[in-house]
Design a protein around this ligand. Structure first.
Ligand code: AMP
Ligand code: MG
Length: 421
């Protein structure tokens, strides 16, 4: 005799869930990027999202200058064969140019970065010049006209667009803007993200644990991942597993934040009140994704805020955050970004998986002694085993339809660095 059962992650085909790709598409298409911007100085702009296209008002370099230490001459003075003697008129230093015109048979001693004197367009490096005396050098036929110079505007022409709206500002960008003399730019305002943990079993660090209780670790991983993204965080602590406490936390979170992220309470257990509160105060877009870990992922809205109900298990929290919350927040901030880079590695171990769902097993990616990208799975893969995330540096992501992976075969991986900004 058999009993009536509900859909679950143990089913060969998970009927109650949507594919992971669809889940991300639905999230991105329902979130409208923030419009509001603020002006900030260059240093605090690091990691912020540019809210305007930036054009250069100047050329970089501003003047044609020397790329080496040597002698500035006119290209037409270079001997085609044999050697030639030139008179040294003076010196041009970076920041202290030579004033005067350089004519036939003449040259100027020049340092790297110094402006090319009038009448010159070529630099003979000092190692290729023979010093005859204080005011004469000899050069031979190894040189070419225009060599060893940096043309005005060769990096940036006046009016060029240097950085586009939606760019997350990197250290190189700060340098680039500084080179243009730009000290103030417009960046997208930081979104506010409120988050809390749910569970009667959760204790804060510092408190003693009674039997069956665990420390709230999700708030710390969430703190870390959110902080790195550069959003304003509103840490609301632990919320008890009661409908009243969950409703009250939802109201206050939605009043205070653009995005609300919770962990736990989204399974089908007796103490799972997230879905109940969401139905009451907002709307649910989807509640399950065909993936492991992370199946009970809920996405929806609470009044004007977007809502992510992450599972309670610590690994599932990180996986669903990296795959869905992270791109959602970047999209909300108006960032233009690419999908995570998928690499192929040789799997050291055989992997078992269920066909029809996306699995994110934790792996350690290395380049082995023969130069092959190789991945080894971390130990046990339970969704509560946080050491697997801490030891790993990548997700191993066999194709959704694949069943198992043989040892030695190739398997797609996504380095964790793809989820960090
Ligand atoms: P739940 O989804 O609420 O049923 O939780 C699933 C599992 O994750 C349970 O074993 C919880 O104790 C655990 N869990 C939930 N929230 C947290 C948290 N904030 N920190 C550590 N473990 C948690
Ligand atoms: Mg719970």
């Amino acid at each position: 005799m058999t009993i009536a059962v509900d859909p679950s992650c143990a089913d060969p085909v998970d009927t109650g869930s949507i594919p992971a790709d669809d889940a991300l598409r639905r999230i991105l298409s329902s979130i409208t990027p923030l419009e509001a911007a603020e002006r900030v100085n260059l240093r605090p702009a690091l990691g912020r999202i540019l809210a305007e296209d930036l054009h250069s008002a100047v050329a970089v370099p501003g003047h044609t200058n020397s790329a080496v230490d040597g002698y500035a001459v006119a290209g037409s003075e270079l001997p085609e064969a044999g050697a030639a003697e030139l008179t040294v008129l003076g010196s041009s230093f970076a920041g202290r140019p030579f004033h005067g015109r350089v004519g036939p048979g003449q040259c100027v001693r020049i340092m790297t970065g110094a402006v090319m004197p009038e009448g010159t367009d070529t630099v003979v490096m000092q190692e290729h010049a023979e010093r005859i005396d204080d005011c004469r050098i000899r050069i031979d036929d190894r040189n070419e006209a225009l060599q060893n110079t940096r043309r005005a505007g060769e990096d940036i022409e006046r009016g060029d667009m240097v950085l586009a709206r939606g760019r997350r500002l990197e250290p190189a960008d700060l340098g680039l803007l500084a080179s243009l003399g730009i000290n103030e730019i417009s960046v997208v305002r930081r979104p506010r993200v409120a988050f809390f943990s749910t569970g009667d079993e959760l204790r804060s660090i510092g408190e003693p644990l009674r039997p069956g209780e665990v420390y709230d670790s999700n708030r710390y991983t969430l703190y870390g991942m959110l902080t790195r993204l550069g959003v304003h965080i509103v840490d609301m602590g632990v919320v008890k597993d009661t409908p009243e406490a969950t409703l009250a936390a939802f109201r206050s979170a939605a009043d205070n934040a653009d995005v609300v992220v919770t962990s736990g309470g989204v399974s089908v257990g007796e103490a799972d009140y997230i879905e109940h509160s969401l139905t009451e105060l907002g709307e649910i877009d989807f509640r399950k994704v065909a993936m492991k870990p992370g199946r009970p992922l809920t996405f929806g809205r609470i009044s004007r805020s977007w809502f992510f109900g992450l599972p309670g298990n610590p690994v599932a929290v990180m996986v669903t955050f990296y795959l869905f919350v992270q791109p959602a927040l970047r999209h909300l901030m108006g960032e233009k970004f690419a999908a995570p880079l998928l690499l192929e590695a040789r799997s050291e171990t055989a992997l078992r998986k269920k066909a029809g769902r996306a699995e994110y097993q934790r792996g350690i990616l290395v380049i082995d002694s023969d130069g092959t990208l190789t991945v080894r799975r971390t130990g046990p893969q339970g969704s509560g085993i946080l050491t697997s995330m801490s030891q790993a540096n990548c997700f191993i992501v066999p194709p959704v339809e694949q069943e198992s992976v043989e040892a030695g075969s190739r398997v797609p991986v996504i380095p964790f660095s793809e989820f960090r900004v």
